[in-house]
Design a protein around this ligand. Structure first.
Ligand code: HEC
Length: 494
């Protein structure tokens, strides 16, 4: 009997290996690392903004699409299966069906958690829901928590901790004060048990709040060491990677990025805020974040980070304790477009999702077949001419066009045509055509949003030189004016 079951097991194993080999996915690229070769294949395509990917221990990849669909892909045979559609999802720009997490012990606790925005009359909220996966369906919906939502800054990510608790990263719901307000659950990382109850060892009595002072978290994951990391969108500057500590304050809206301004230092001192591990200016719009430990040696013990505006996969190498980022590499820059999320399977295969069907596609995207889920795994031989890491120069010396593309084009678009009803066109624009003084004042102080519900951020952090270069490029782009703006002129309006 024993012998037979052993043989049976072996044949099963062999069978599943063989099947995996026979997945026959379309090869998109080969990537050459310092010490190995990878292949990038297309696991799924024609999706509608696959917002969150989560690996379940029974070898399925679960995903949400922004419009409301929840699906899973069998990683052994590639089969795609729609499991559920959340009818009550309210989708607009960055609202919709967002985060998803599956219980790490899926066999015994087949819980699938999602969060999404709903709109009832004037009232907008974010719901955190728990489903139980049984009979091939998501059953027994249970609402764990409902919090304030808005047209932007809804955060989204959910993670299960090694302590068995649920961690939910929320956005400030575009009300900046929320992030520091202890009574608000926005701009926070919240912690609860599987029933949605507040654990007794949370840092503040009778509060879900685990950490506070966040603008808009888009990535959240625990490392193998049990440390919790987040990625966060900065305003016009200073995206962040944070190491999350129980009860800590991360400073938004009083602090952006490192504690480097006088007012920031004062606030940091008074409130004992923590600095990020890492920060980007110009912004890259960091999104999904996953800790990697696995057979790809060059990436072992790192954070994999997808970037939307930055259109790349960034690999952030951690030091031994996981308390510092000691290296950064950029891959696939502009190759697949905006990247929304990343997940790692137990065998070390990596999955990333594109986000080119979303509200803010970059030039040249979406392409036919977007959005996609790409599989990254070790390859034995290069079938295609291999690509390598992108050598992205440091951004300190940018001039005119580059500055505009880095700081302005994400909203007003590279051609200055804007996005109708959201970001005003700069071609044929009254402010651009009007006197230089008003334009410089706008760039130096921003605007509260009189025409749409979006703000124009202040660019006072740029040097006079940089503002002058942007303004001159803008005049070139719009062919309205020949005037040359000097740094001295900018200085006058500070
Ligand atoms: C995060 C998005 C965003 C970025 C980045 C941004 N803007 Fe704006 N901009 C806006 C919004 C929104 C408005 C409209 C503000 C309002 O209604 O008050 C605006 C307004 C303007 C206007 C006035 C147009 C009008 O019709 O009122 C100008 C000029 C302008 N921006 C130039 C720039 C330049 C130059 C940059 C780069 C240095 C830039 N913007 C970066 C969002 C942005």
């Amino acid at each position: 009997m024993r012998y037979i079951s052993y043989r049976f097991l072996i044949s099963l194993l062999f069978f599943s290996c063989k099947k995996e080999e026979n997945l026959n996915l379309e090869l998109r690229d080969n990537l050459l690392l310092e010490d190995g070769l990878l292949k990038i294949e297309i696991l799924a395509d024609s999706l509608d903004v696959p917002w969150d990917l989560a690996y379940a221990s029974d070898d399925f990849l679960w995903l949400t699409e922004q419009g409301g669909r929840i699906s899973r892909i069998n990683l052994r045979n590639g089969e795609f299966e729609t499991i559920h559609f959340v009818e009550e999802v309210w989708r607009l720009r960055t609202t919709g069906l967002l985060g998803l997490a599956v219980h790490p012990d899926f066999k015994n606790h087949p819980f699938v958690l999602v969060n999404y925005t709903v709109e009832q009359g004037e009232n907008r909220s974010n719901k955190l829901m728990r489903f139980t996966f049984q009979n091939g369906r998501l059953e027994s919906p249970k609402e764990l928590l409902e919090i304030q939502a808005n047209t932007a800054h809804n955060g989204s990510r959910i993670a299960f901790g090694p302590d068995g608790m649920i961690y939910w990263a929320t956005g400030d719901a575009y009300v900046f004060e929320n992030a520091q307000d202890p009574a608000s659950l926005n701009g926070k990382i919240l912690r609860m048990d599987l029933e949605g109850k507040i654990p007794e060892d949370n840092p503040f009595p009778d509060s879900y709040v685990w950490a506070k002072g966040f603008r808009n978290i888009q990535g959240l994951d625990f490392s193998a060491q049990g440390l919790l990391y987040s990625s966060e969108h900065g305003d016009a500057i200073e995206d962040e990677i944070n190491l999350i500590v129980k009860g800590a304050n991360y400073g938004w809206p009083f602090i952006e990025g490192f504690h480097d301004l006088k007012e920031e230092k004062e606030f940091a001192e008074a409130q004992s805020t923590l600095e990020p591990l890492y920060s980007w200016t110009p912004v890259i719009a960091p999104s999904g974040l996953t800790y990697y430990q696995g057979p790809i040696a060059a990436w072992n013990h790192s954070l994999l980070l997808t970037a939307l505006k930055g259109m790349a996969l960034r690999v952030l190498t951690l030091d031994r304790e996981g308390k510092r980022i000691i290296g950064e590499k950029v891959y696939f820059y502009q190759r697949y477009g905006r990247l929304r999320d990343v997940a790692v399977a137990s065998n070390g295969d990596i999955y990333i999702s594109t986000s080119n069907q979303d509200w803010n596609p970059q030039p040249g995207f979406p392409k036919v077949g977007d959005d996609r889920i790409l599989k990254i795994s070790i390859a034995n031989q290069a079938v295609l001419e291999p690509i390598v890491a992108d050598d992205l120069a440091s951004n300190t010396q940018l001039k005119g066009k580059e500055l505009y593309n880095n700081y302005c084009a994400s909203c007003h678009k590279p051609d200055g045509k804007g996005v109708s009803g959201i970001f005003p066109a700069l071609l044929g624009n009254e402010v651009v055509e009007g006197d230089t003084e008003a334009l410089l004042k706008l760039l130096l102080s921003g605007s509260e949003g009189t025409q749409t519900d979006q703000r124009m951020p202040s660019f006072a952090f740029l040097s006079d030189d940089q503002i002058a270069a942007i303004t001159n490029y803008l005049y070139q782009l719009t062919i309205m004016k020949k005037e040359v703006v000097t740094p001295e002129k900018v200085a006058k309006f500070r």
